[in-house]
Structures are given as C-alpha cells and as structure tokens.
Design a protein around this ligand. Sequence first.
Ligand SMILES: [Zn+2]
Length: 290
Amino acid sequence: MPIFFDTHAHLDYPDYAPDLPEVVARAQAAGITKIISIGTSLDGSERAIRLAEKFQNVYAAVGWHPTEAEKAPSDLRPALREFARHPKVVAIGETGLDYHHLPNGTPVSRPAIKGDATKHAGLETGAPATAADNERYKQKQADIFQQQLEVAAEFGLNCVIHQRTAFDDTIAQMKPFIGKTRGVFHCFGETVARMKQVFEIGSLVSFTGIVTFKNAQNVRDCVTAAPLDKFMLETDCPYLAPVPYRGKRCEPAYVKEISEMVAQVKDCPLETLSAATCRMALKFFPKLNG
Ligand SMILES: [Zn+2]
C-alpha cells in the first residue's frame, strides 16, 4: 500500500474529542503513517504537543494563526522557543497573513459591519471600524508573523504558512528570511504564476481535498504545473473533506482520496507520488524522521 503523510491537521480541535484514537487508527489503516497537528494559538500548540506525546505517528507544529492575531500576547517568542525544543515539534505555524476579513469590512464591496467584523478583529464595539483600525490589525498580524519567522530561523525549523488575500505582503515579509527558514504555503489555491513566486523564494506548497472539488480547476492546474519535489499533501482537517466526504468532518485518513486525485491529475503512479511527497516532507520537516 502506498504511504502518505497528512502534513496539516488540527487534531486538537474539539471536533475530535469524542473519537480521536479511532481517527488516528483509521489514518494508520489507510496508509497515512505520519500526521502533523498544527497549533493556531499557544494553548492549541501545547495541545498539539500533548497529542504528539500520546500518539507515536503524530507530530506538532507550534504557532499563532493570523486571524487570531488580536488575541496574541505582544511577544510570542519566549513560549515558542520553549515549545520548539520539543523533539516532536517539527515546524513553526500556522502563521502568515490574512486580510480577508479586515475590521472595516473588506473586500471593498462589503459595507462596514459593526457587529461581526469588528468583533472578529477583537476591537471594541460601538464606533465603526476605520481604515486606521485596518492598518492596526494588519500591523499586529505582521508583528506576530515576524516573531514566528525569527523563532523558526533560530531553531532551523521551517514554517507552515496561511495566506489569504495577502499574497504579496506574505512573500515580501518572507524574503529577508531566504536561507534561514522556508515556508509551506498550505491549502494552496492561487494561480500557477503565484505558485512559481513561492518556489522562487525557496518555499513549497501543499494541496488539500479542494483538489477533488468540481469548481477547483485552478488548484488542479497548480497540481499539474508543480514539480514532484515542490509540494506535499494535507487535509486541513476538520475542514475541507474531499469528495465523496465533502461537507462532512474531515480526517487524516482522507489523504488517501486526495492522493488518488493528485496522482490522476499528474498522470503518475500512486507509488511515485507516495515516494516524492514523503521524501519532500521528511526533507522539509527534518524532525519528522524522529
Ligand atoms: Zn490549518
């Protein structure tokens, strides 16, 4: 049976509280032999580490998600350094930039909503959010992204990058770290041209179950264009279950369905895809070998 890894799962989410041992066992049975559980806050990162200690085939990434930036402490570095020393912490993240829901309501076609959008950004309710609030929110994201890039570089770890509607700024912020740390642009759903920009800074991409969605031809075009040594596979579970599970809770075992679609799109044997993506992951996350 061809072996695959799930390089991006959120096993610490409450979705798995009822049956996590079964979820992990099903992955193993499906040939998904390693899973990286990704932290999105300090508490979540600590939970990911505990899971890595409990399950032999689970590893952890530690970081703070950009959409939660306003809740982040001013300096994440001391806690992340502590975590990064753990033998099963294989990466920093997920980190990056996300401008999809700015405080005063973007995309620009969307009017400013006092309740939802301002609350999301952790701002005080009352006054409508302004362009200055947007800038403050972006700056906070950039600050914690920078801290995470720094810790990654210090520890010789790579980063798990979340990017939405902020592609150019994400690339620009990573450029000074070329040669010090690299990123995997997870859940890649941009254009082939942008994928090439990712490769140019030494980073990689990874593909989720979206590749099986009917309306995701741009993702399949990226799969076609991506060299076998430039991408990995992931679920981003509990989100984005591939067809035929679309809309249901996703889990690491479904990398099997994702790998089958990717092999079909690339017109290559599953064994070839297995060897290439596992080799890539072991190289990109060296502590996965442990
Ligand atoms: Zn994620």
